[in-house]
Design a protein around this ligand. Structure first.
Ligand code: HEC
Ligand code: HEC
Length: 262
């Protein structure tokens, strides 16, 4: 009788322990799945960032002079919400900023020439991105927190935008990219313009730096190719569609060429 009781209790205890172990395993499995999903989301956000955001916020979120503020930055993660008087979470602030853009900049440096500081990206606001893509972008930006606050050291170090060397080989490569990327269709083989399609780019190196206060000629040209809506040349009703799928290094060479076309 006592033995049966002991066996019964032991069996029940064993069952309970087994259930706890299985439960924990399940919890671990779910946590791992959630982690994988988050990693995927951040990866998707990184691709979108590279496509749509780096032209103003920098390849690694370091900011680009007067085009866009740094996001991969301690101040952004610690004091920015207080500065703008936002009561919600940083996640919501980032999502709202991406979805709605910024018609007027909150800081004088980014006022530019009075054109929208940052265009809206959500479909509801006429932008190109779905809500899940905006969430992915937010996950990617927020993922910078640890490195921005110095809790984790990035390795290897972020690669800065390659410099414009201004050597003949770089300019020649830029010229080749100009031809290959389809620019002549609207700007002409020699960048002297195509009537009704696109303006002449000759001499642009000399004037591009004066288009927007605080934006250098090279930055202006980079942005013109990366984000057609950033600046629209006077006399044109809408952005020209100068987009080209180029790597950062290729874009630098293309800009080196544009700076020299006469
Ligand atoms: C045409 C340039 C431009 C592009 C492209 C752009 N931004 Fe911005 N963004 C800005 C400017 C300018 C501001 C800040 C204006 C201000 O001072 O309020 C800003 C602000 C922000 C902020 C808030 C930063 C802060 O300090 O308050 C976030 C987050 C942000 N952008 C994310 C993005 C993401 C993600 C993308 C890509 C989908 C993007 N931006 C594309 C120019 C740009
Ligand atoms: C489908 C036609 C079209 C194609 C292709 C095109 N562009 Fe443009 N581009 C335009 C139009 C139209 C404008 C003027 C409106 C504007 O500012 O967006 C313009 C403006 C520019 C400007 C600004 C000029 C200024 O005076 O400020 C630059 C720089 C530029 N394009 C470079 C390029 C490059 C480089 C390529 C190839 C990667 C390219 N474009 C491909 C139509 C085009």
């Amino acid at each position: 009788m006592t033995r049966t009781l002991i066996v019964g209790i032991a069996t029940s205890l064993a069952l309970i322990v087994l259930l706890i172990v299985i439960g924990e395993r399940e919890e671990l499995r779910l946590a791992a799945a959630a982690q994988t999903a988050q990693a995927r989301q951040i990866e998707q956000g990184a691709l979108l960032y590279d496509q749509h955001c780096r032209s103003c916020h920098g390849v690694n979120g370091e900011g680009l002079s007067a085009l866009g503020p740094a996001l991969h930055d301690a101040h952004f993660f610690t004091d920015r919400l207080r500065e703008v008087g936002w009561n919600g979470s940083l996640h919501d602030y980032v999502v709202a900023t991406i979805a709605n853009g910024r018609i007027t900049a909150t800081r004088p440096l980014y006022v530019g020439d009075g054109v929208v500081a940052m265009p809206p990206w959500s479909r509801a606001n006429g932008g190109p991105l779905r809500n899940d893509q905006i969430e992915a972008l937010a996950a990617f930006v927020l993922n910078w927190e640890a490195t921005a606050l110095g809790k984790v050291v990035l390795s290897p170090l972020p690669t800065p935008t390659p410099p414009i060397a201004n050597d003949p080989a770089q300019i020649a490569h830029g010229r080749q990219l100009f031809l290959e990327a389809g620019c002549p269709a609207c700007h002409g083989e020699n960048a002297d313009g195509v009537k009704g399609a696109g303006p002449a780019l000759t001499g642009i190196g000399a004037v591009a730096g004066e288009r927007t206060p605080g934006v250098s000629a090279a930055e202006y040209l980079r942005a013109s190719v990366l984000i057609p809506a950033a600046y629209v040349v006077q006399g044109y009703a809408q952005p020209g569609g100068c987009v080209a799928a180029l790597t950062d290094a290729q874009l630098t060479d293309l800009v080196a060429y544009l700076l020299t076309v006469e």
